[in-house]
Design a protein around this ligand. Structure first.
Ligand SMILES: Cc1ncc(COP(=O)(O)O)c(C=O)c1O
Length: 374
């Protein structure tokens, strides 16, 4: 049987990894500035992560959500204290799309409305409502097109208000820093304006923190810079450092009822232990402070780079926008310099999404390579 061919692949076969480095089957070392698409948060094969998952799988790897699982309580307690999202409730699932799907569904249950407001260049995942709220017609199957979504440019509060006035919108969903779309971010006034409008017209504000959450921007969540309190916050990627785990944080005003949401695998024992290890290491190694320091260093090194138009993003969720398309440069970085970077919808943007344990010497390696190539 062959594989369903949906991914264009680089001809590299990593077989092991440690911290910010990956090693292929020939023993070649690659610097990972991509983090497997912003997933590796505390570094590949972190010893705390490996030990905690190994210990847990020896005891109990999985049981369904029909029994008591104290690890879920431990995770929600630790998440509340580290994130500062006091009083929110936690629902666990398995991926980013699933987190957004549950967030949108919950908003619809809560408000009894069904239209969604989303933004140009957004990416929220590939499940039914999440993909409908994603600004990419190419990945929207006819079955998904039945979900009504109004798209607006970032910053367009007037357009958002006009749509809300129809009184049929259940949710406004937004990435405070866009990921796949290319690291665009609006002003604090815009995000606060959205929060106000959502409250005024009885819609819920969903912050999609799937990519930007868990310390990647130097704050626990990217929205926190704008001092807003979203009704629902979706999470995944860095949450499990590679173990598939996602979730939503739900404002206490939204009430639960039995059967409203559910999943077989979500919140299983291994997923909880993986995410608890991430939180433990984030705290113990002061990784959010470290992200700020590395981001400053990265930006200093980037200034004056030839052909660079602008630098976007925050923390270690960064984009270098050049005056040329970066596809060939990305390949050259992998095959000539053994450095992984990411791409974006914007073809001129090179994305930097490394493990949060990145050090100055790794940033130096990247800029030495870029200086040679440009
Ligand atoms: C902001 C954002 N939301 C949702 C998703 C979907 O996550 P997943 O691929 O885990 O379903 C992604 C994935 O890239 C993302 O960047």
């Amino acid at each position: 049987m062959s594989l369903f061919d949906v991914y264009p692949l680089f001809d590299v076969t990593p077989v092991r990894a440690n911290d910010v480095f990956m090693y292929d089957k020939n023993g070649t070392e690659y610097l990972d500035l991509y983090g497997g698409h912003a997933v590796i948060s505390i570094g590949h094969s972190h010893p705390t992560y490996v030990k905690n998952i190994t210990d847990q799988v020896e005891k109990l790897g999985f049981y369904s959500n029909s029994i008591q699982n104290p690890l879920q309580i431990q995770l929600s307690t630790k998440l509340e204290s580290i994130s500062g999202c006091e009083g929110y409730k936690l629902f666990l699932c398995n991926s980013g799309a699933e987190a957004n799907e549950n967030a949108l569904k919950l908003a619809s249950f809560h408000t009894e409305k069904k239209k969604v407001i989303a933004f140009k260049n957004s990416f929220h995942g590939r499940t039914s409502a999440a993909v409908a709220a994603t600004d990419n017609k190419k990945i929207l199957a006819p079955i998904n097109a039945q979900q009504e979504v109004d798209f607006f440019a970032l910053g367009d509060l007037k357009g958002v208000e006009n749509s809300l006035q129809q009184n049929d919108v259940c949710a406004i969903i937004i990435e405070c820093i866009q990921g796949v779309g290319g690291l665009d971010e609006s002003t604090p006034e815009f995000y606060r304006g959205l929060e106000k409008l959502a409250h005024q017209y009885g819609a819920l504000l969903i912050a999609d923190e799937v990519q930007s959450g868990f310390g990647r921007t130097g704050d626990f969540f990217a929205f926190q810079k704008h001092q807003i309190n979203p009704d629902i916050i979706s999470m995944a990627k860095g949450m499990g450092n590679g173990f598939p785990v996602g979730g939503i944080l739900i404002h206490p005003n939204i009430k639960a009822s039995y059967g409203m949401l559910g999943t077989t695998f979500g919140g299983n024992h291994l997923a909880c232990v993986a995410s608890l290890a991430v939180l433990t290491v984030l705290e113990k190694e002061n990784l959010m402070q470290h992200v700020h320091a590395m981001s400053v260093y990265f930006l200093e090194k980037a200034i004056g780079l030839p052909k660079l138009k602008t630098i976007k993003g925050r923390g270690l969720m960064l984009g270098l926008e050049f005056d040329f398309e970066v596809g060939a440069l990305r390949k050259q970085l992998i095959f000539e310099y053994h450095i992984f970077t990411g791409s974006a919808k914007n073809p001129n943007l090179l994305r930097i999404l490394p493990p949060l344990t990145l050090q100055k010497e790794h940033i130096d390696l990247f800029f030495e390579a870029l200086q040679k190539e440009l």
